[in-house]
Design a protein around this ligand. Structure first.
Ligand SMILES: *Cc1c(COP(=O)(O)O)cnc(C)c1O
Length: 357
């Protein structure tokens, strides 16, 4: 895509994505390593990321919506595609048409798939404590008792606090999931998301489902990130202006120049997913430009963000990095009081996108 008439650009390094998948695969050598590719691969593009992951060796993909499954099927004709939303009422035919495997979440869905699913594979998503979309313990008992004609190929459960390695709830969930798994002898099991892969083998089981770590997020918060950065978010410097000491900038005049200053206006704002929380009144958020980290000043607006470049050699047309190789995704998310998942998936559509292979 041509950058000439768009300010902001996202660069997606597909070889880093592949390397991250391989790193995660090497950490769980007895398990198959899948990929969570929901939400258009966390905003980075399901088709390009799906193809790259397939090339790396990934064969099992997890989407949220069935529509995401249809779109992924178009680029990956042979992949196994699980739909985490479960089975939409009356839509079994759609799942069959696109060969999507529903991760069933209730007895009602199981009955519907047994009736309309033509014996196609399904997955059973069981709760082990997070209480999101999934079979409860009572519903599982009903399922087991009913002996429905289902071709169950996977039992799945999801951790609530996998990135908190000391949280005893991880083990609580694991023990509960073990008990449920026994009700499905011979069926493969999947438990670990990104951080889950960094727990013991008792968590990685037969198939892992990393998401954020593939896309460069740190699965071990507070420790060095073992993953490579995948996404870089940059935008153009649209203007460099001088501001005298005592002048104010931006909506609601929240920042007053403490000295004569040089300010760069960067062409990315909250429409482009730069959280308004990055505004200077919430603390120091930085953008990397001219070889330096420069603080955001005043309020992030819809189309632009102001930074103090008094100490950096910056000129009109330069690109400023919000996250990438100089400021990590996790650090940028921290500036806004949010998490890497949210920052990445909120980037909006007003970007030039580049895929590096
Ligand atoms: C999103 C999701 C994942 C991936 O989680 P990450 O923390 O991004 O690795 C795995 N499993 C389920 C059920 C999910 O919803």
């Amino acid at each position: 895509m041509n950058d000439a008439h768009l300010s902001a650009r996202v660069t997606i390094d597909l070889s880093a994505l592949k390397a991250n998948w391989k790193t995660l695969a090497a950490l769980a050598p007895k398990a198959e390593t899948g990929a969570a590719i929901k939400g258009e691969a966390y905003g980075l593009g399901a088709a390009a990321c799906g193809r790259a992951l397939w090339e790396a060796g990934c064969r099992s993909f997890f989407v949220a919506r069935p529509k995401e499954g249809e779109e992924l099927r178009a680029v990956l004709p042979e992949a196994t595609i699980y739909v985490l939303d479960g089975l939409y009422a009356g839509e079994a035919g759609y799942y069959l048409q696109h060969r999507l495997t529903p991760a069933l979440i209730s007895f009602e869905e199981a009955q519907e798939w047994a009736r309309d699913g033509q014996g196609a594979a399904c997955c059973i998503h069981v709760d082990s404590g997070i209480n999101r979309l999934s079979f409860s313990a009572t519903e599982i008992a009903k399922l087991v008792a009913a002996k429905l004609p289902l071709h169950i190929t996977l039992v799945l459960s999801h951790l609530a606090s996998s990135e908190e390695f000391d949280n005893p709830f991880n083990e609580t969930q694991r023990v509960r999931f073990e008990a449920v798994r026994k009700l499905f002898p011979g069926v493969r099991a999947s438990f670990a998301n990104s951080s889950g892969v960094f727990h013991s083998e008792a968590f990685t089981l037969d198939l892992t489902r990393p998401g954020i770590a593939l896309y460069g997020g740190n699965p071990k918060p507070g420790q060095p990130n073992p993953m490579k950065p995948v996404a870089t978010l940059e935008a153009r410097v649209l203007q460099v202006r001088d501001m005298g000491k005592g002048e104010v900038i931006g909506y609601n005049t929240t920042w007053t120049a403490p000295r004569d200053s040089r300010i760069a206006l960067i062409g990315a704002g909250y429409r482009d997913g730069i959280p308004r929380r990055m505004s200077s009144m919430y603390g120091t958020s930085c953008v990397f430009v001219g070889g330096k980290r420069c603080p955001i000043v005043g309020r992030v607006s819809m189309d632009m963000t102001a930074i103090d470049v008094t100490d950096a050699p910056v000129k009109r047309g330069d690109y400023a990095e919000f996250f990438g190789h100089n400021i990590s995704l996790d650090e940028a998310a921290g500036f806004a009081g949010t998490i890497s998942w949210e920052l990445l998936t909120h980037l909006g559509s007003r970007y030039a996108r580049h895929y590096l292979t």
